[in-house]
Design a protein. Structure first.
Length: 261
């Protein structure tokens, strides 16, 4: 019997890279299922909803219930709908995130001067003009949020710039940091995960490839943490990590999770 009642699994860099399944991922998922662990997939990808991961993993024989998937996009949408239900949200982000916010009945505006809340995220069309408009939207004390802090995103060809890079530019021109990051590793993200799983954090294992998001999420929330070396973090990064970002366990791949069960 395992000591864990539930597991929170990162997706990109832990189960897949781009659209390709990582070696050993299926074995790891089967081991967790055999151990009776409730499973929640949690991606910091701000351009995807739950259905995307069901569709991505289905060809690999992995059945995913969309109700057991969170992304920084869905967490952001749920948070803004609950805490700013009537506010006009100015988004620096892509069309997919816009659609997810719209589905959650978040009121969006394209006028910087009308912004009552600003949300920064990944945007392939980010430009000088985008930054200028964001600066106008951020005037005054308007609430400022980011979907996720990931400065890069793993893709088939290596890495590409992520939300964190865009947020850094917005922070620089506005002269202030976001009031909160809504995805991993925030307390908002941890609460969203715990609400889905309905278990004690102390009985939960977090597995992911990023020290500053996956591992910090678990460490801050009192969960056990395991780093996999199939994503953006290598052993040199691990050796240089701050104490609050150090995992309880290090695994070569998700397939090695059976060592902890």
């Amino acid at each position: 019997m395992t000591d864990y009642e539930a597991v929170i699994l990162d997706v990109d860099g832990t189960i897949v890279r781009g659209e390709e399944l990582l070696p050993g991922a299926t074995d790891g998922l089967r081991a967790l299922e055999a151990a009776g662990c409730s499973r929640l997939l949690f991606s910091n990808n701000p351009t995807r909803g739950a259905d995307h991961y069901r569709e991505t993993l289905a060809p690999h024989g992995i059945d995913v219930d969309p109700g057991t998937v969170l992304t920084s996009a869905t967490v952001s949408a749920e948070y803004l709908a609950a805490t700013h239900p009537d506010a006009a949200v100015y988004l620096v982000g892509g069309e997919r995130l816009e659609a997810i916010l719209d589905d959650a009945a978040v009121d969006l505006t394209t006028e910087p001067e009308a912004a009552e809340v600003v949300l920064g995220s990944f945007d392939k069309g980010f430009s000088f003009g985008t930054l200028w408009e964001a600066l106008r939207a951020l005037e005054g004390d308007v609430p400022f949020y980011g979907t996720d802090p990931d400065t890069t995103i793993p893709v088939d060809e290596g890495e590409m710039p992520g939300s964190g890079a865009i947020l850094a530019a917005m922070e620089a021109v506005a002269g202030r940091e976001p009031d909160a990051i809504l995805g991993k590793p925030s307390s908002i993200a941890a609460a969203a995960a715990m609400n889905r799983l309905d278990v004690d954090p102390r009985d939960t294992l977090v597995v992911g490839d990023r020290l500053d998001t996956d591992i910090e999420l678990g460490n801050r929330a009192g969960m056990e943490t395991a780093l996999v070396l199939t994503g953006v973090t290598d052993r040199a990064d691990l050796a240089a990590a701050d104490a609050d970002a150090r995992p309880d366990h290090v695994l070569e791949a998700l397939s090695a999770v059976d060592e902890l069960l």
